[in-house]
Write a protein of this length. Structure first.
Length: 269
């Protein structure tokens, strides 16, 4: 059982709780999250089916909020009908973002040109509905930054409405700084706790301006690496970041929660 000695609430900004790994004990998972003072968990969908499943969970558990979108893994499934079905879910008051969207170059399940087209379309959907975007960039950060820069930053109206988070950030300090200029935060997962993690330097240099996530059931932090991840384990990422930044855990909790609260309009406090 994890114990959070922080008094300040925490937000897990990315957890795939619709996943089959949570099928048999989702109530226990939520209870453990609440036990460590997690006040909100954001579930990012990968398509219309998982978006609908996530909203069903949000109806069951008040702690949950949802992002709706088409993941680059599912880019081949993309159609106007699928896109319109995703858009129809935005009116639900539990929807707080467009996501999980972006580019996936490690597996390349879909042609990159198609991934880019769908990415742009969904960024526009976020702007249209005044919602932030949750962005996936595996081996593709440079292209994602280029797409944002070329398609959105030159239009002042779009630029002012464009915001979101590059989740499971694996880039450099310089990339994170550039993203901040474009209105994007970054978030860190349990991989920051791994031995000799290349993210340690990035976290040290940033020191602030980021959020926390688990990416459950993936990227489980030490000391549970190799097991299923779950939202309550976000405290281990929090504690490691506090150690890296040489900052009190309460301050990290307060800052990361404040960023998430504002970005996703969670209305906490």
């Amino acid at each position: 059982m994890t114990v959070n000695f922080n008094e300040h609430p925490i937000i897990d900004t990315h957890a795939h709780l619709y996943d089959e790994h949570f099928k048999n004990d989702i109530s226990d998972v939520i209870n453990r999250a609440e036990d460590v003072n997690i006040k909100r968990i954001i579930i990012p969908a990968t398509n219309y089916v998982t978006a609908s499943e996530s909203l069903e969970l949000a109806d069951r558990f008040s702690i949950i909020r949802v992002a709706v979108g088409i993941h680059p893994h599912q880019a081949k499934e993309y159609s106007l009908n699928e896109f319109q079905k995703i858009e129809s879910l935005i009116k639900n008051d539990k929807v707080v973002a467009i996501g999980e969207i972006g580019l996936e170059y490690f597996y390349d399940f879909a042609p990159r040109d198609l991934q880019k087209e769908i990415f742009v379309n969904q960024l526009k959907l976020g702007i249209k509905n005044n919602l932030p975007s949750i962005i996936h960039t595996r081996d593709s950060i440079d292209d994602a930054i280029k797409i944002i820069e070329e398609n959105f930053t030159k239009n002042l109206e779009n630029q002012n409405k464009l915001n979101g988070v590059f989740h499971c950030f694996s880039g450099t300090y310089e990339q994170a700084k550039k993203l901040k200029q474009f209105g994007f935060l970054v978030s860190f997962t349990g991989n920051v706790t791994f031995k000799n993690s290349p993210l340690i330097e990035t976290v040290q240099k940033l020191n602030s301006g980021f959020m926390l996530e688990t990416d459950s059931p993936y990227l489980t932090p030490i000391p549970f690496r190799g097991k299923r991840n779950e939202p309550s384990y976000v405290v281990y990422t929090l504690n490691k970041i506090s150690e890296i930044c040489k900052t009190d855990t309460e301050q990290i909790a307060e800052e990361t929660t404040s960023f998430a609260n504002r970005l996703f309009n969670l209305k906490l406090g």
